[in-house]
Design a protein around this ligand. Structure first.
Ligand code: SF4
Ligand code: SF4
Length: 258
């Protein structure tokens, strides 16, 4: 897998050289998170994907190549995906906003979808697009935001404490501990069941939405954030997702995933 990854990054570098773009392109190589891919208890749902804080899910490499402004250096500081946008805006000399609005996110998704549907489908994996494809074709999106219910995977901390979602690692949301609780006990813990039900308590606008069977109201945490900001209590990024779903429907049938 690593050889394949190296080979593909090399192809991108070669293409940039060929196109004469290598000198004014910032090349970033990274990932949202690692996956277990069979390590440890990889066959169990609770220990698959990224949900356990082990090296395989955390130690994601981040490589940024922009020789014009960044000298070669190895940095061992803790770094996360939200830092990437700020780093890139800084390198481009652009102002750094406090947050990303749904409208800005919609514009980003629109351009990303345009590029992906034109020549990336089948060869380039974009997690949200993969999730929509999966949801449409087998009903299993693989991304909790598009699932019918929350907390189907669990988060296990270094000491064995278990939580329903990595957005809810708080004392009130503690489900139990892998040393003292069975998987079945964790799955029926009140905090997990509460979060699972919350996803299904859809705002009225979602009930009437044509895309409800695709996104099930999005992420409840972002409904709360929207409400706390004085909004309508819909999933904060609803306008961006809805625009993407509409765009997806206009995609020529010949290009739809098979
Ligand atoms: S697209 Fe928006 S309105 Fe429609 S179901 Fe999703 S969150 Fe609700
Ligand atoms: S609250 Fe949001 S992030 Fe957490 S499981 Fe539900 S949809 Fe996923």
């Amino acid at each position: 897998m690593i050889s394949n990854f190296d080979w593909n990054v090399g192809r991108i570098q070669d293409t940039l050289e060929t196109l004469g773009l290598a000198n004014n392109t910032i090349l970033v190589v990274s990932s949202d998170h690692g996956d277990f891919l069979g390590s440890h208890y990889g066959t169990l749902e609770a220990f698959s994907g990224k949900s356990v804080i082990y090296a395989e899910s955390l130690d994601v490499p981040f490589i940024l190549c922009y020789p014009q402004m960044v000298a070669p250096v190895v940095v061992n500081d803790v770094f996360t995906s939200v830092d990437i946008m700020l780093t890139l805006l800084g390198l481009c000399g652009l102002p750094i906003p406090e947050s990303v609005t749904p409208e800005e996110y919609a514009q980003f998704l629109e351009s990303l979808f345009a590029a992906w549907s034109h020549d990336g489908y089948g060869t380039v994996s974009v997690r949200l697009f993969d999730s929509i494809t999966n949801a449409l074709y087998n009903g299993l999106p693989g991304s909790c935001v598009l699932e019918v219910a929350c907390a189907r995977s669990l988060v296990v901390e270094y000491n064995g404490d278990v939580y329903p979602c990595d957005f809810y690692v708080t004392e009130e949301q503690l489900l139990g501990n892998v040393h003292t609780h069975t998987y079945q006990e964790l799955m029926v813990a009140p905090a997990r069941v509460r979060l699972e039900r919350e996803k299904g308590q859809l705002p009225e606008a979602c009930v009437r939405c044509s895309y409800v069977a695709l996104c099930y109201g999005g992420c409840p945490k972002y409904r709360r954030i929207n409400a706390a900001l004085g909004g309508d209590g819909l999933f904060y990024f609803c306008p961006a997702y809805k625009a993407l779903f509409e765009r997806w429907c206009r995609w020529p049938a010949s290009s739809l995933p098979r």
